[in-house]
Design a protein around this ligand. Structure first.
Ligand SMILES: [Zn+2]
Ligand SMILES: [Zn+2]
Length: 152
């Protein structure tokens, strides 16, 4: 399915869309993603900020400080609590996979922060794994580009 892609929170107060293909999609097993998702890992859909807009509602925000010292702003719905994304204010917005109207539009191309992954997680899908975040953030974009051009 071509762009635009749409998504939102559980209760429908917040709706968003983006008008281009994602830059990359990956699972993140960091401890913050575990907390934020209240699950074993997060799946992130990275889109360029210029392609993204909130089309309905006003998200609440929550700031955390990354290891790098950078402030990361999380976006959530104040009514139902769905944490649907973050990273506003920078060049990239990171959307939470499950907030897409149809997550099957995309599939992840790598696992990051595997050193804090749950011990039972099998990693049996053959995808590249990174112990932490890749040194070069573009590495995940390159894997995505290869995935898209490979047609699988
Ligand atoms: Zn909501
Ligand atoms: Zn994470």
């Amino acid at each position: 399915m071509p762009a635009p892609y749409t998504g939102g929170c559980l209760c429908g107060t917040i709706r968003y869309e983006f008008n281009a293909e994602p830059a990359t999609v990956y699972t993140c097993h960091c401890t913050e993603c575990q907390k934020v998702s209240a699950s074993a890992f997060g799946i992130s859909v990275r889109v360029m900020a210029e392609d993204f807009q909130i089309t309905k509602g006003e998200p609440a925000t929550f700031d955390t400080i990354a290891d790098s010292g950078r402030v990361k702003t999380g976006l959530f719905c104040a009514t139902c609590g769905t944490r649907f994304g973050g990273g506003v204010g920078g060049p990239v917005v990171v959307l939470r996979y499950g907030s897409l109207d149809d997550p099957n539009w995309f599939e992840p191309v790598a696992h990051i922060w595997t050193r804090s992954a749950q011990a039972w997680y099998p990693f049996n899908d053959g995808l590249p794994k990174f112990e932490k975040a890749p040194e070069d953030p573009a590495a995940l974009n390159a894997l995505w580009d290869a995935h898209v051009s490979g047609g699988n």
